[in-house]
Design a protein around this ligand. Structure first.
Ligand code: WQD
Length: 345
């Protein structure tokens, strides 16, 4: 069933590309906007191979208002927008905050301007659990207090949610759903698309797979003296395919006019926390790979424990995770073996 076009900013990226697959599976036609600042062009061919569908690509930057306007004018029947395009390296955001504030805020503001002009009123916003900081009570619900983010990156997510909220208050036809991701991991089971970190990965799972592949010598576990069962930090790791399906559920709720509120926020995780050491051990068992790791000192800015209460998304989006942590790690390893021969920029 043809359900119309969806603008997907950052659609060639890790989560964006997996979401485009699920959009097509659900009958939508993605129109991808990407400046390739954190993605690779070969992913477009992989998407075509995976879906056998037409993929519209508009190469350019959401910071360029004129370009953004031209994209919307070239495509009729746009039902909504999924906004992924943003810089997301936590550490870099602290060393270069202006780059993050300018890019992440201006791209969102431009998008809202063009959506208003083109009367496109459905937006799914890619947000993050970092808006909660270190929660006092676990699991985290959508009503958990928003805390000062640990990084400029996290603050851009908080500020963008506030900008879109205020925009909704001024434009009563506009709807947005903010998805607060916990820790996306894994890759498409086909092994055709997955995460492509530029340089040494900041995140745990790509660092694990690159260590297992011999690209990195050793994984450093950042601290084992936290107040957790095995001393290592706890996170809620969610398979990127499950995360992608949550976007389809959110978008469809708005496109079908089933959302009563102008604004809704959902935690998108599995609802279960796992420690770093558990992830390492499950990876070793699931892939039959022995991992070379060492315990190092804590990483600044890490929260000790965070995992989601996902009952709101389950009830209101009729969505829940289907893939296990073991499956996520197997798919991450499968993807790593496939790309070890591919040079990324
Ligand atoms: C997970 C755990 C590390 C690397 C980040 C962003 C968040 C979201 C998800 C975008 C922590 C430990 C890591 C390593 C380690 N991204 N670790 N050795 O920090 O929970 O969240 O990614 O939305 O916004 O902040 O994810 O994978 O970096 O770390 O021990 O080499 O793994 O200390 O406990 P994090 P992560």
């Amino acid at each position: 069933m043809e359900r119309g076009k969806i603008i997907v900013t950052g659609g060639v990226g890790y989560i964006g590309s997996h979401t485009c697959v699920e959009l097509i599976n659900a009958g939508y036609t993605p129109v991808i906007i990407d400046n390739f600042s954190n993605s690779e062009k070969f992913v477009i061919d992989r998407l075509k191979e995976l879906t056998k569908a037409e993929i519209y690509l508009e190469e350019g930057d959401c910071n360029d208002l004129g370009f953004l306007k031209s994209v919307f004018s070239r495509h009729s029947g746009i039902q909504g927008v999924i906004h992924f395009a943003a810089y997301k390296a936590v550490g870099e955001s602290s060393s270069n905050p202006i780059k993050y504030y300018e890019n992440n805020l201006v791209s969102t503001i431009n998008l809202l301007k063009v959506m208003e002009h083109e009367q496109v009123n459905n937006l799914v916003f890619s947000s993050s659990c970092t808006v909660y900081g270190q929660p006092d009570i676990l699991p985290v619900t959508e009503e958990s207090p928003i805390k000062p983010a640990e990084s400029p990156y996290g603050r851009t997510k908080q500020i963008c949610e506030d900008i879109i909220t205020d925009f909704c208050k001024a434009k009563n036809h506009f709807r947005f759903i903010s998805l607060r991701y916990f820790n996306p991991i894994g890759a498409h089971p086909s092994g055709l698309i997955g995460e492509l970190p530029i340089g040494a990965p900041n995140n745990l799972v790509p660092y694990i797979t690159q260590t297992a592949a011999g690209i990195r010598d050793q994984l450093t576990i950042f601290g084992d003296d936290y107040n957790t069962p095995d001393g290592t930090c706890i996170r809620d790791y969610i398979h990127v395919v499950d995360l992608s399906k949550a976007h389809i559920a959110a978008l469809t709720k708005m496109v079908m006019g089933n959302n009563t509120e102008q604004k809704a926020v959902y935690n998108i995780g599995t609802g279960t926390g796992h420690s770093v050491m558990e992830v390492v051990k499950i990876f070793e068992k699931a892939t039959n790979q022995k991992l070379n790791y060492v315990i190092g000192k804590r990483r600044d800015g890490d929260v000790e424990k965070v995992f989601a209460d996902v009952t709101k998304a389950q009830h209101e989006l009729n969505w829940k995770t289907e893939l296990s942590l073991e499956q996520s790690l197997k798919d991450a390893w499968n993807w790593q073996k496939n790309i070890s021969s591919i040079e990324t920029h």
